[in-house]
Each structure stands twice: as C-alpha cells, then as structure tokens.
Design a protein around this ligand. Structure first.
Ligand code: ASP
Length: 439
C-alpha cells in the first residue's frame, strides 16, 4: 500500500508547520512519496515565496539589482532551517539561483525554485530521497503536459526510491528548460505522482478540512462534504469552489485513485474523500452534494421559427463565436430559440462582429446579448434517483422572489444550472442551500 501526500504552502510556511507535516508523514509508513508546495503565507498580510520569486525575477529582468529582494527569500528558507535545527546549508543553491536570475533563466524557472528549495529541506528533515521534478515531470514541445512520457519516466524513477520527496508545480520542456503548471499546480504534481506510484490514495493536505457544501462567504458555516465523486467535483470547481487545482483530477481519475482532502492543522478530521464513482460510497445526508456559482456571464439569445429543422444552424452560430476566439459555456435551447452562455469580458467590437456574422449566415428573427448573468450549479449524484429535486430548487428561488433567467441540466443529471441576475446571486444561493439543508 502506497500513499502519496501533498502539502500546500500554508502547511509548509514555517518551521512549526514543517514539524506538523513531519509528524503526519512519519505516523504512517505507507506515506512514502511526498510532494511539497513552496512556503505560503504565515499570516494574512504575509507574501507567499512563489510571489516573492516572481517579483524578484521581474526586478532581475529589468536589469535592476536584486540583492535586497533575493535576501528576503533566503531569509524565509534560513528561518525554516534554523527553526528546525537541521544541518543543511543551501548557500550554494542560493548562489546558483541568483546567478541564473541574472542570466534571465526564465520566469517559470524562478517560480519553480520555491518548491525546489522546500523539497530539499523536507527531504533532509524526513531522511527521504530527493527527486528533482525537472527530471521526471515532462512537458511536450507545445507546452502541454506530457502525461504518458511522464508516467513512464516517473514510475521507473519511483521504483528506485522507497521513500522520496518530489517538489510540486514544475517540470521540464524537451530542451531542458523549466516550465511550471498554472498557479496552485503542486496539486497536479501530487496527482501525477500518485498515478505513477500506483498509489492506493492521494492525500492532499491543506489548511481546510475538505470541501464545504457551499461558499462560506455567502452561507454562514455550511456543512462539510464527506464524499464526492470526481465528476461532482469538476462541476463544483468549474463554478469556483476551489480547494484543489481543477486539473489535478485528471491523472488520478484515469487510474481510479481516490483523493482525500485533509487539514494539516487538524489531522484527526477525515476531510473530504473524492472518489471515482458514486456507487462505491454511502449516500450523504442530503440529496445534493454542493452548490456553487459565479457571476460574470453573458447570454446570446437567438430566435427563429423552424430553427430546429434548419441544417447547420447551430454550427453557424457557434462558428461566429469561435471566430472571435471565444469558448461557449452552456447551450440551452428550445424549439425556435437558442441561447449561448459565454463567460468573461466580451468587447463591444466582438459583440458587433458576432451579431453581424450570425445575422448574415442565419437570418434570425431576433438576436441580442444580455449581460449581468450569474450562474448557480446545484450538484449531486443523489439527484438522479430522487424525484422532485428540480422542483425544490426552483421553488426555493421563486419563494425568494427571484426571477430565473436560464435553466440548463447537464446530460449526466447530476447538476442543474440556473442563471439569475447578478444582484440576486447570493440570495438565490442561500435560498437553495436553506431549502435542502435546513428543511
Ligand atoms: N507555489 C505555487 C503557487 O503558489 C504552486 C502551489 O503552491 O501549488 O501557485
């Protein structure tokens, strides 16, 4: 049995947290492969080491002196080493990183040093081997993650180390330069390592005790989620419920390895278990698993009689949007109506070009953009076999006197998405939560 454990930045922010992490790892001998983030914030106004590195590199790339900015980074690491009282001298590493900054080794290289140095410290503290992620995590020529090559190399490398620390967040390009994942990407490395180690579980240790049913900034102390499927997780994180990096699901999902979100500051709590499919897990106390949402969507509404019998209508609409380099999010449609939900900023010029293009190719009877839309996703595997869930969602919103502007149900029947005015977003979300959880 092999467990892969990833620790986030707040779990490794100072010597005291390193000690907590050490206890957690050594408590179970199956915790053999460890993926650390860079040191995070120690208090709310603190700066994460990754951000310090980006800033320092920015100064270096302007050709300015980085002594003061680099010294602060060195201090962060040295205070961890001193606090732990271990025999480790990173001065050669610091020198070589500083030289590489002066030689403009790249922004990704700079950022990656946060995890690299933290990995060296953790490996020393635990007495584990150190595997540089640059050697085992590979990106393809086009900059995308090369999963198959990585899995082969990493699996063979792990075979050579019974216990090891592999820093998160980065890997290398075919030419050897360092490339990072997007922010928060150590979660992805953890998942990659879990797959390559053929692990029984991927434990992701952070500073919360797992997923909550909804956003605690909107609902006061929402219930926690004990079990959730990968699929439900994807739906919720797409809508902004963020504990894990959204791409971190893919490597473990392919290998059917569960992820357990745990709290470093409260290790006795079981946290949230993210599992391959719902049939393996007990039903939750509530029909729905979670509610998430966000603002900032725009709808393009199109009407035309007999649209359903016109071949190629949808394709022409979507290609007008594609030609502006915009992706669409949802596509609710009726017999003679079609709506395309888009996210993010769309300029007036882009809107005009899309309208002109569709008018010319589709001859609609009505077409128009409407902005200011918020979407709310109500997600739950329990919805498939519980009648009346949709009615409950809609009545909750109606009872709160809120108009629903759009409804979409995913084909997998595990989610219902509603669109409401941005001003109604928080009230609608609270109303749905109260209906399902408090009643
Ligand atoms: N240190 C990186 C960041 O701050 C990656 C991570 O922590 O996962 O984004």
């Amino acid at each position: 049995m092999v467990k892969v454990v990833k620790f986030g930045g707040s779990s490794l922010a100072d010597a005291e947290h390193f000690r907590m992490v050490e206890r957690i790892i050594l408590e179970e001998p199956e915790r053999r492969y460890v993926v650390p983030s860079a040191p995070g914030k120690r208090f709310s106004s603190d700066t994460k080491v990754t951000d310090m590195l980006y800033e320092c590199y920015q100064i270096a790339s302007q050709g300015d002196n980085i002594d003061a900015s680099f010294a602060k980074i060195v201090d962060r690491y040295n205070s961890i080493i001193e606090g732990l009282g271990i025999e480790l001298d990173l001065s050669k590493e610091f020198e070589s990183i500083k030289t590489s900054f002066a030689l403009h080794a790249g922004r990704d290289y700079a950022a990656s040093r946060g995890e690299y140095l933290n990995g060296l410290i953790l490996a020393k503290l635990l007495g584990f081997d150190f595997i540089d992620a640059a050697k085992v995590v590979r990106f393809a020529e086009d900059g995308t993650f090369d999963d198959e090559t990585t899995d082969k190399i990493l699996n063979a490398e792990l075979d050579r180390h019974y216990r090891a620390v592999i820093p998160g967040f980065y890997g290398s390009m075919p030419n050897g330069t360092i490339k990072t994942f997007s922010r928060g990407g150590s979660d992805i490395t953890g998942s990659i390592v879990a797959r390559a180690a053929r692990a029984t579980i991927y434990e992701n240790w952070t500073d919360v005790s797992g997923y909550l049913m909804t956003d605690p900034r909107i609902v006061d102390s929402p219930c926690g989620i004990n079990n959730i499927t990968y699929h439900e997780m994807r739906e919720l994180s797409y809508m902004g419920a963020g504990v894990l990096h959204e791409d971190s699901i893919f490597p473990v999902r392919a290998a059917k390895i569960p992820i357990n979100i745990r709290n470093t500051n409260d290790p006795s709590v079981k946290g949230t278990m993210i599992v391959p499919n719902g049939t393996d897990i007990p039903d939750e106390a509530h029909i729905i698993t979670g509610i998430a949402g966000r603002k900032g969507f725009t709808i393009l509404n199109i009407e035309k009689a007999h649209m359903n019998s016109e071949i190629g209508f949808g394709r022409r609409v979507l290609s007008a949007i594609e030609s502006e380099g915009i992706t669409f999010e949802h596509l609710p449609s009726g017999i003679d109506t079609m709506s395309v939900v888009l996210s993010g900023e769309i300029s007036v010029d882009q809107k005009n070009r899309i309208l002109n293009n569709i008018c010319a190719t589709c001859l609609p009877e009505y077409i128009g953009f409407e902005g200011g839309l918020a979407l709310i996703a109500v997600v739950g595997r329990g919805m498939v076999h519980n009648k009346g869930t949709a009615a409950k969602v809609f009545s909750a919103v109606a009872d709160a006197n809120i108009n629903i502007r759009m409804i979409d149900q995913g084909s997998s029947e595990i989610n219902i998405i509603l669109g409401v005015d941005e001003k109604d977003f928080e009230t609608a979300l609270r109303a749905i939560y109260d209906k399902f959880v408090k009643h």
